[in-house]
Design a protein around this ligand. Structure first.
Ligand SMILES: [Zn+2]
Length: 384
């Protein structure tokens, strides 16, 4: 079966994050079993009552073949190839979203680029390898719910599902190895006030005026953070966005509450909650002039940044094989979860992230085929 045929079958299975990924997991599970993998399912029911499954497929290695290992059970996986099975939703007008279409050397379809191309390449790469001859542990890992917060990978990390030494996470990077990425954090901030008739504002306290002062403080923090820079990132500092704000009930009511969403992307070596400490300091200052200033902060998401050293054997191997220097990614990935499982991690795959998540996303056929070769060489380099 060609890599294109495999991609066609993967794209035909609707695996939008809101649905169960059981069908696509069954598909990759069957493929892995045919190739001789031992598979392990990690199922759970998500917050909407939908079944989600992570799957770990491991090439079996006989105990005696594992160098330096007394017991093979629980031994670390040398190399894991990780691909998320879910996709973002597609527009109803994109009638061919689940029907892989080839045009001008490109393959179009939902997930064709992000990240079923990588999964197809990995499934094809292992078909050209005699798995039973591998000397070190090799695994394919298929995750759920990456597009809604890397939830599947986080569950694997929390469950300590396995330990790994090296991991390649499939994401569209145009086959450039990405060895570092910013963190991704979100907090909801609710500033409280006291409602009053707007004709008599002295009896109330405007939550919106208070929020405005706090937001001004956060803008100053953002400017300060620009001085702490990490080379290789664009831009090279932690960025902040307040993307949504909502407050008040009517034009003639002094507003009693104002909520806004604070999002930040932290550079490596900066703790995910560092920004919140700075925000707390800003709040303390505001309280100095406004004793009743009151707000709640609820930190909803705190994904770590990641950085794998440039001299990691995996980074070096991928740089040499692709003839491309490693770079950094600006989007959230499952890398922190794989690092939590012990792996030196690189994000890598065919297709361009700039065409992902949109109607007519595609992967260039040439990159897809090249990826098969590179993954096969990676398995041989690290596990043979
Ligand atoms: Zn993705």
């Amino acid at each position: 079966m060609t890599v294109e045929d495999t991609l066609r079958e993967l794209v035909a299975i609707d695996s939008v994050s809101s649905r169960s990924n059981a069908e696509i997991i069954s598909y990759v599970e069957a493929r892995c079993k045919i190739s001789g993998f031992e598979v392990r399912r990690f199922p759970h029911i998500d917050e909407h009552g939908v079944e989600k499954i992570n799957l770990v497929a491991q090439a079996s290695v006989r105990d005696s073949d594992v160098a330096g290992s007394q017991t093979a059970v629980g031994a670390a996986i040398e190399l894991a190839l990780v691909g998320h099975t879910d996709t973002v939703p597609y527009d109803a007008g994109w009638t061919d979203a689940l029907n892989l279409t080839r045009r001008d050397g490109k393959l179009f379809g939902r997930g064709a680029c992000d990240t079923k191309a990588f999964i197809a390449a990995a499934l094809t790469a292992v078909e050209n390898i005699e798995l039973q001859k591998l000397k070190k542990r090799f695994a394919l890992v298929f995750t759920a719910d990456e597009e809604i917060g890397c939830l599947g990978a986080k569950r694997l990390a929390a469950a300590k599902a396995f330990a790994a030494r090296y991991a390649i996470i499939g994401e569209p990077t145009s086959l450039q190895p990405m060895r570092a990425g910013k963190g991704y954090c979100v907090a909801e901030i609710t500033v409280h006030g006291r409602e009053a008739h707007s004709a008599y504002p002295q009896f109330g306290a405007s939550a919106i005026f208070r929020a405005a002062r706090l937001i001004e403080g956060i803008e100053a923090i953002a400017a300060d953070l620009e001085r702490d820079q990490r080379a290789g990132f664009d831009p090279p500092y932690t960025t902040i966005n307040i993307g949504m704000i909502n407050g008040g009930t009517a034009k003639n009511i002094v507003p009693g509450a104002c909520r806004f969403t604070l999002e930040w992307r932290a550079i490596p070596e900066q703790k995910t909650d560092y920004l919140l400490e700075l925000v707390e300091n800003a709040i303390t200052k505001l309280k100095h002039d406004d004793l009743d200033f009151l707000c709640d902060i609820s930190a909803n998401r705190a994904d770590d940044s990641f950085e794998t050293p440039a001299d990691s054997p995996l980074v070096q191997f991928l740089e040499q094989t692709t003839n491309k220097l490693s770079g950094t990614v600006a989007f959230g990935t499952e890398a922190p979860s794989m690092i939590a499982l012990g792996a030196e991690t690189v994000v890598f795959g065919p297709g361009d992230i700039r065409v992902a998540h949109r109607t007519d996303e595609f992967v260039p056929v040439g990159e897809l085929e090249q990826c098969v070769n590179i993954l096969r060489q990676a398995i041989e380099r690290f596990c043979a």
